[in-house]
Design a protein around this ligand. Sequence first.
Ligand code: TXA
Ligand code: MG
Length: 352
Amino acid sequence: MRVLNPQTQADAIELAAQRLADGGLLALPTETVYGLGARADDDAAVARIFAAKGRPSNHPLIVHVPNVHAAMCFAAAIPPAAQRLMEAFWPGPLTVIVPRHPDCAAAAAGGQHSIGLRCPDHPMALRLLEAAAQLGVTGVAAPSANRFGRVSPTRAEHVVSEFEGQGEGLDEVWVLDGGPCDVGIESTIVDCSRGYPVLLRPGQITLTQIQAVTGEKVGVSTPEKPDASAPRASGTLMAHYAPRAKVRLMTLDLLMVALDAFELEVKEHPALLHEARPRLAVYSRSLWAHRGSIPGVVHRAMPPEPAAAAHHLFADLRELDDLGVELIWVESPPDDQVWAGVRDRLTRAAAA
Ligand code: TXA
Ligand code: MG
């Protein structure tokens, strides 16, 4: 693997853009999570993404563009709702799905007649996309830069740990290091290809914000609230974003009851405390206001604000996983729209 860092290497962006132009794989930072990119117009390059991720090739990828103008190249039409959303939220953590131009990016779209487009709000990603455009790369197809079904990476080190030494060809992935991602969970996805907008994946931009901009009723088709016409795609699978440890979501009350039972078990079997690795981690916003530390249990505090919780979520899950715990008990986030993105990722991690 090769890590390019513009802080220490003057030509990092140029090298990264050239890597894309040559049809290579480049993990790039965005404001949401790191993406595993390849030029969207090159089916062989796109096939390398699917192979590296171990992702079924009929699961569509998002194409990243430097501006609205470049987005037009991939679309057969831009429906009015998509137009308004792009104007309001780009660059930003919002993907719009529009009818695909029949001659463009069929492999990146996983063969669908629609295509997901996004302009990321990250200075380094935009510089990269612009530099790549100078080399003839109109858009960069990029799913999150993790192996299929796993937790998305929010730091360059996470990408390295996903791919380095993990199998044939995976060391071919280059990484552009843009530091930690701000938002921390993937973009909000709105399907504008069906005649009316439908929210497919919640993210930092909320349903209310989308409704305000489109001025029409927005359908919802997420794993929590499925809709029969939803396309089958990994971002919309029930079980996804999973650490190795088993995740369980619980209300604060249930968490307290479960911890009482765990404490009793430890009292009866003190040898459990002398195991090399802790078995249980608890990830909670409010538990520690009610209880002191519990022997044999690793604590991690989930930030009380939804934006901070999203920012830390995947890095914290990875860290707990790296400790080798078998179980991660998570206090359910509030049933409030501003928590929809975090709740969605945790619900799916728990379903794995
Ligand atoms: O924030 C993000 O969106 C990140 C960064 C790298 O931009 N990307 C990301 O990509 O999360 P990925 O592949 O992990 O999730 C993309 C999801 C797909 O799984 C699918 O659910 C949806 O986007 N998608 C993309 N194109 C689609 C299409 N044409 N029709 C329906 N769903 C589509
Ligand atoms: Mg993903």
